[in-house]
Ligand binder design. Structure first.
Ligand code: SF4
Length: 240
């Protein structure tokens, strides 16, 4: 009779020599906050909550740097929410056409502006429930806007870098952003949720990329369960 084989992995926190997962998460937070102290904010250029909303909608499946190249011209031509609400999506094309999915993104931006004008009195709403009513705005976009524009930590914005890094660190074992967010929230203090997203993104951009991991230069190389540093060097130094 066939029996499925269940492989039990040693938890990352145990492997790294910590007493429990929260202590492991606290150590990660301390090290990464120090390493990426200058990157604990969104890299999307904006000067208002609405501009951040627009930039975040445009950044889906695109790099922040690409978005930052086009938004200054866009925000100069459309300086208020009403300007966007009064326009047609096709009028935005010339500003956003270098970004993937620009037609649907332009449509979502204009429709969101109209809803904000009509339903929210011309102000970007500051709750998860209201923000996710806007077209093109899911939990990730809403979390970015809440955390960076309103300093509200409702959840943790999980992007592609967060998915890669949290799996390599053994904090999650899934690629589902909603499940990763659920896993991370109880592990970190609420006041740090915005920073958790920023620091995982920063690590995923420069050291722990989807294509390659540069463990030898990573600040977590001695405690990360996916580190190649220990295997190659034979050095094991669990605690920080
Ligand atoms: S040690 Fe390696 S695998 Fe672990 S977070 Fe750093 S770069 Fe990624």
């Amino acid at each position: 009779m066939y029996r499925s084989k269940i492989v039990m992995h040693e938890p990352a926190w145990k492997k790294a020599g910590f007493a429990d997962e929260k202590s492991y998460a606290a150590a990660l937070l301390k090290i990464l906050k120090k390493r990426y102290a200058k990157q604990l904010k969104t890299s999307l250029g904006h000067s208002s909550a609405f501009e951040l909303l627009v930039a975040t909608i445009l950044s889906a499946q695109a790099q922040d740097a690409q978005v930052n190249r086009i938004t200054p011209r866009l925000f100069k031509a459309y300086s208020t929410i009403k300007d966007f609400a009064d326009s047609k999506p096709s009028q935005l094309y010339k500003y956003v056409k270098s970004i993937g999915l620009y037609r649907s993104k332009a449509k979502n931006i204009v429709l969101s502006a109209r809803i904000i004008m009509e339903k929210f009195g011309g102000k970007v709403p500051s709750s998860m429930e209201e923000l996710t009513e806007l077209p093109g705005v899911g939990r990730k976009t809403a979390n970015v806007v809440l955390s960076n524009a309103f300093r509200v930590n409702h959840g943790i914005a999980i992007d592609t870098h967060c998915i890669t890094v949290s799996n390599r660190l053994g904090l999650a074992h899934t690629t589902d952003p909603a499940k990763i967010e659920e896993r991370l929230m109880p592990l970190f203090p609420r006041k740090e949720w915005g920073n958790v997203s920023h620091m995982l993104i920063a690590l995923g951009r420069d050291t722990c990329t989807a294509k390659a991991k540069y463990c030898e230069r990573c600040v977590l190389k001695r405690m990360c369960p996916s580190s190649t540093y220990r295997a190659e060097s034979g050095k094991g130094a669990p605690h920080v």
